[in-house]
Design a protein around this ligand. Structure first.
Ligand SMILES: Cc1cc2nc3c(=O)[nH]c(=O)nc-3n(C[C@H](O)[C@H](O)[C@H](O)COP(=O)(O)O)c2cc1C
Length: 481
């Protein structure tokens, strides 16, 4: 056992670096269960998401894992509140240039007090020295070969210097993709090895399979560094987005480029990781349910209210609905009192874990205006209907490649004895520029068992909802969302 293992309480000195939208509970638990240390990539995530990810990880592993924190004052305040309560085994100070000794010392002391070990990732030797002085337990030095944010120096330049200058155990990061990279790092004196990109192709990772394929096929000229104008350069796959960013930086002054870059790059990682073209599908499902005692008003309220926290989402039926997340912008829309109740669900995205009939799966649901599904509000009003719909992406189970898209439509109509709901799913379809389009490869069909499982799930979830909704609405319906 070497010093990295001893300090972090792990069996193998391998760290999977945090990756936003990628290193979430399933991957983190898999790496930690295998004896390494994985780190939740929750740098700028909202508080609810961070707490849920910690809880979800703890359900899957009792081994040490970490969570990252960006070393900027505003962020540290809210993260540290979570750390004091949740006590993650390891805190991981994210790469940032120009560490401040007082800031580091203040928060490292609090994290230590909460029982955490502290790992710091630096891209400059000066920063590594500051972090060591402030009390870090393990030092990662990351060269510009690495994925994600990088600065100027190579791993081969940083590691030997860090090993010579620091008493702490040093972990090498950046460009170590396999045993050869690790052997080189050992030769340079590293006692631990951090990797990110290599884990993107792991089967436990929930990113879209296209991303995994791209990583496997990448060669020496497949990545590029963008964003020098923002002082937060980033190594990324060369693609259309990268071309766009490079063009902006080439054509503008540094300050102007930095301003122009942000909206283009914002959320791009999340989009790439969570979405993608479908690779599988085909099936149709129709189910009708009755919900006595439920009104249309309750249904509209429910769809706005339930995704805002996992706990509320679980109320739907805890056995099938263990987890939900929603972006801040969507939460703000739902909680805006000026947005009418029935519009709150439109254009928002739910990220959920749900058993839709074939075991727990990651499901991303994009709720869209009903007009995109061929219905007008007037038509629906004339039939006393409320409809919600959109398209979803379901992570396929092990063995089946890709995510299956589906268009989903729920109609709710008030009758004398409660709500009548009609649910329709078209598997293998998604909405493209406002139209439902079948995106199946020729000859592929979803096995019948999938719509059958979904049909049973649908009956279960709506009968469960019918039994709880009047009570939940009575208790919470008058409160602000
Ligand atoms: C897609 C992607 C996203 C990343 N996101 C983060 C992040 O949010 N915070 C962080 O500290 N590092 C992030 N990293 C960097 C990794 O934690 C790790 O330092 C790096 O991937 C190591 O280099 P390698 O990719 O050559 O293995 C990211 C890396 C990748 C590839």
């Amino acid at each position: 056992m070497n010093r990295v293992c001893e300090v972090l309480g792990i069996e193998k000195p391998v760290i999977q670096g945090p990756m936003a939208w990628i290193s979430t509970a399933p991957l983190v638990a898999a790496v930690s269960n295998a004896g390494g240390l994985d780190v939740l990539g929750v740098g700028f995530a909202p508080e609810g998401f961070i707490r849920e990810q910690i809880a979800a990880t703890r359900k899957l592993t009792d081994k040490p894992f970490g969570m990252n924190a960006i070393m900027i004052p505003d962020n540290l305040e809210h993260v540290t509140k979570i750390v004091e309560e949740e006590k993650p085994p390891v805190m991981y100070a994210d790469t940032i240039a120009g560490l401040d000794i007082d800031l580091c010392k203040k928060y490292f002391d609090i994290w230590h007090e909460a029982g955490c070990r502290i790992v710091v990732k630096a891209s400059f030797i000066d920063d590594a020295l500051i972090a060591a002085k402030a009390g870090a337990d393990v030092m990662i030095v990351k060269g510009w070969e690495g994925g994600g944010h990088v600065i100027f120096e190579a791993t081969t330049v940083l590691v030997p210097q860090a090993v010579d200058l620091l008493e702490l155990p040093v972990v090498a990061s950046g460009g170590l993709a396999d045993g050869r990279g690790i052997a080189a790092a050992v030769a340079m004196g590293a006692e631990g090895f951090e990797m990110g990109t290599a884990f993107m192709a792991a089967k436990e990772n929930v990113v879209h399979p296209n991303v995994k394929q791209e990583v496997l096929e990448a060669g020496d000229m497949s990545t590029v560094i963008t964003g020098y104008s923002t002082d937060e350069p980033c190594r990324q796959i060369k693609n259309k987005l990268a071309d766009e960013l490079i063009a902006i930086e080439a054509e503008n002054s540094k300050a102007v480029a930095a301003e122009l870059l942000r909206p283009v790059a914002e959320s791009s990682l999340k989009k790439a990781m969570m979405e993608g073209d479908m690779e599988n599908g085909a099936g149709y499902l129709a189910v009708n349910n009755k919900s006595p005692g439920v009104t249309l008003e309750m249904m509209k309220w429910w769809f706005a209210w339930h995704p805002l926290e996992t706990l509320r989402y679980k109320i739907w039926n805890p056995y099938c609905h263990p987890y939900a997340a929603i972006a801040d912008v969507d939460r703000a829309k739902i909680q805006n009192p000026n947005v009418p109740l029935e519009d709150k669900i439109v254009d928002v995205v739910h990220f959920v874990v749900e058993d839709i009939g074939a075991g727990m799966q990651d499901v991303v649901i994009h709720f869209r205006p009903v007009e995109e599904l061929g219905f007008t509000k007037e038509e629906l009003a004339a039939s006393h209907c409320y409809a919600i719909g959109g398209y979803g992406l379901v992570e396929n189970r092990e063995g089946a490649k890709g995510k299956t898209p589906a268009i989903m439509l729920h109609f709710y109509r008030e009758t004398a004895d409660g709500i009548e709901s009609r649910t329709r799913f078209w598997m293998g379809y998604r909405i493209v520029q406002g139209h439902p389009v079948c995106v199946l490869p020729p000859g592929i069909r979803v096995p019948e068992v999938v719509p059958m499982g979904l049909a049973l799930h649908n009956v279960e979830e709506f009968s469960h909802l019918a039994s709880i909704l009047p009570g939940v609405y009575q208790e919470f319906g008058a409160l602000p969302l």
